[in-house]
Design a protein. Structure first.
Length: 48
């Protein structure tokens, strides 16, 4: 398991960039699904 306190500054910055993008990326996906006529709630409900 990764101990995030032990990350280098570069790796920590990369992780933070990834985490900062998750919310906006999910919103873009929801918008795209709606534009294609799909229900994002049903599509992204966490089931396979």
């Amino acid at each position: 398991m990764t101990n995030y306190r032990d990350l280098t500054k570069a790796k920590a910055a990369g992780l933070q960039e990834f985490l900062d993008e998750r919310g906006p990326a999910l919103e873009r996906l929801r918008e795209r699904l709606m534009a294609e006529g799909q229900d994002p709630s049903a599509f992204l409900d966490g089931t396979i």
